[in-house]
Structures are given as C-alpha cells and as structure tokens.
Design a protein around this ligand. Structure first.
Ligand code: ZN
Ligand code: ZN
Length: 384
C-alpha cells in the first residue's frame, strides 16, 4: 500500500445531492439487512438474480462506460449502446457523459491535483470521498465526441430518471417474477447496488495501490489478479494506464479479463467491430525498457561481485531486444504492404523466412532476459 493511504482530504464544497444519497443508503444498509434477515431468507433464485444484475451492471460499466465510451477501444451498434446505457444506469454511477469526463481527466492527469480521484490524496479519497466534493463542470473539450451521440446525451439529460427508473423497473420485474417484492428491494436493488459500487470503486483505489507494475512505473496504476476477480477484469490497471486504447486489460490470453472476452465474443457475433489492440512488439519493447530500469535500480542496491558484468549484460540484452523488436515490426509492415500490392511470391517467402528467424531469436533472447531478470530480482540487498 502507498504511504499516507488513509488520508482523506475534502477540499471543495460538499456535493449535497450525491453525498447524502451515498452516505444514507450505505449507512442504512446494515440495519436494513439485519431487519431483512431477521424475518426473511432469500431464495437461491433471488441470489442468482442479484448476481445476474451485478454482471449486467458491471459489464455495462467496464465494457460500456469504460472501454467503449471513455476509451473508444471498439465500436458497436446503437442497440448495444442503448442496452449498455440502460444497465449502466442501474448501477447509479451518473451519466456516461459525466463518468467519461472524469475518467478521461483521470488518465490525462493521473496522480496530480487535476486527477478527479487521485490516489495521492489517499486511498479512501480515491475510493469514495472524491464523490462527496462538488464536481467541476463537464468540459466539452474532453467529451466532444460523446456530445454528438444522441443516446448518450439523452441519458445525460434524464440521468436521475434513468438511474432511479431503471432500478424501479428491476424492482418490479424481480418482485413480480419471484413473487418477492421485499427480497427484490433488499437483495435485488439495495445490496446489489452496494456491491456494484464498491467493485467499481476498487478500480480507483486498490488498482492504484496493491500490485505490480510490469509496464510502467511513471503512474500509480498496478496489475493485480485478485482485483481483476472483483472488477470484471479491470485489475490489470498498469497495462491499461500504459496502453489505454487497447480493448484488453489482461493482455495475455489466460489473464482473467471477462470484459475482454465479452467484447471479443460480441465481435464474433458481429455486434462489435474495430477492436483496438496494441501490437505485441510495442508491448514487449515497453516491458524491456521498464524492466531494464528496474533491474539497474535493483543492482545498485545489491552487493554482488559480478555487478558490473551483470549491468553490462542487461544493457546489451535490452538493446539487442529493442533493435530486434523494431526490426521485426518493420519487416512485418513491409510484408503486409507487399502482400496488398501482390508482390512476387519469392520476395514474400524471403521476408517470411526473415520474420520467422528473427522471431525465434527474439523468443530465445526473451527467455534469457526473463531468466536474468528473475535471478536479479531474487538477489538480497546489502545488509544495513
Ligand atoms: Zn481507463
Ligand atoms: Zn486508474
């Protein structure tokens, strides 16, 4: 955890409407649930309904508000956009326009005073207290593209009706189908809202404090598998802050990022298109540069007889990897453009061969790099 993580300054005026709602509904939840469980037992179907609504709301935020509207990582059709806006409204996190305005500022000014939920103002500030402050006006320069979207603007204009209306519809639907209006209110709406809020808020707090930084250490965002479990795959936040336009947060196929799998599945069904991916080589290059700095820093703190030799090795290997990665990117680009121009088969085969050999060399050097990194990071620092 970062130092000073429990500081919670509130500098601007109190945001009366949002503040009172958030404080009252959360404070009243515990006595409310004690009363509910004293007289009722939720059915398994009711719990399943709540989990389903948690997923629809959660994915609408992660795939919708976040990766679609804030970062434009993919495109979709107006029907899917409308479904996203409806279910995102059930999570009571404000309109897409307001959410994206704050989120784009968070990326542009991360960890500074201009970051609306800067972790440098404390863990609990980033998690919750920032919402109690009066919000700045939406900046049209930040969300100009979204202001052209009629569905987004409709939801923004009627945000309170959308948020409370969608929840009222859920209450009626769950209550009617399960013949349990009390359960629909306490479990389907109230408890679900609480869980929904905190799983989203963890991205601003935990995902900026607890985890590793394999891609970049210039911002506070971290990667953490456990946070991903709680946030529909948003826990690979270090990758996300480094390559914000990629539709994936968990960039490796096995990393738990159900939002990425959902977007990919939608694209297979023809419901999402133009999924943005940062090229693998760009990611590897960034990891080498970041790893090099980390290893050299680590070496400075170590007592080790062959230190100079190791430093030299790190420099050489990193440089060789960067050159090879740049070369393979160039070759791939040339190959693709020649394919489009229908170049001679022999030229293409020669290029294919060069790409394949270079790829094998990169893989071997990459393994070597990983072994050296692992070994150095295990070494003990100089005893005090
Ligand atoms: Zn983001
Ligand atoms: Zn962040």
């Amino acid at each position: 955890m970062r130092n000073g993580a429990i500081v919670m300054p509130i500098s601007r005026d109190f945001n009366f409407k949002t503040g009172i709602f958030l404080i009252v509904y959360q404070t009243a939840l515990i006595p409310g649930l004690i009363w509910y469980f004293s007289f009722f037992t939720p059915s398994l179907t009711l719990i399943a309904c709540m989990l389903l609504l948690l997923c629809t709301g959660g994915f609408s935020i992660t795939a919708g508000y976040h990766r679609l509207f804030s970062h434009k990582c993919f495109k979709t059709n107006p029907v899917i956009e409308s479904i996203i806006l409806f279910f995102a409204s059930t999570t009571i996190q404000g309109s897409a326009l307001r959410w994206c305005n704050d989120h784009r500022k968070h990326h542009a000014y991360v960890d500074t005073d201009a970051d609306p939920y800067s972790i440098n103002k404390g863990f609990f500030y980033a998690h919750f207290f920032w919402m109690l402050e009066k919000q700045e006006e939406i900046d049209p320069r930040t969300v100009r593209d979204l202001m052209q979207n009629r569905r987004v603007m409709f939801q923004h204009r009627f945000d309170n009706i959308c948020m409370f209306g969608s929840n009222f519809l859920i209450f009626l639907a769950v209550g009617f189908f399960l013949d349990d209006f009390v359960g629909a209110f306490f479990i389907g709406c109230w408890l679900r809202l609480f869980l929904q809020h905190h799983t989203t808020w963890f991205i601003n707090s935990l995902a900026h404090t607890w985890g590793t930084q394999p891609f970049c250490r210039e911002h506070s965002a971290v990667n953490n598998f456990i946070i991903s479990l709680l946030t529909f795959g948003e826990g690979y936040h270090n990758f996300h802050h480094t390559f914000a336009n990629d539709y994936r947060n968990g960039v490796r196929w096995y990393q738990y990022d159900p939002t990425k799998w959902l977007i990919w599945s939608l694209s297979r069904l023809g419901l999402a298109r133009e999924l943005k991916r940062v090229p693998k080589m760009t990611i590897q290059k960034k990891m080498v540069l970041e790893g090099k700095d980390l290893l050299l820093e680590q070496l400075k703190q170590l007592w080790y007889v062959k230190k100079e030799e190791l430093e030299q090795k790190i420099h050489e290997l990193a440089e060789s990897l960067i050159i090879q990665i740049s070369k393979i990117s160039e070759l791939t680009e040339t190959y693709n453009s020649l394919c489009k121009k229908q170049a001679e088969k022999e030229v293409l085969m020669q290029l294919q061969y060069e790409i394949k050999s270079l790829n094998a060399k990169i893989c071997a050097d990459w393994r070597h790099w990983s072994n050296i990194s692992g070994a150095i990071l295990k070494l003990k620092p100089i005893p005090a």
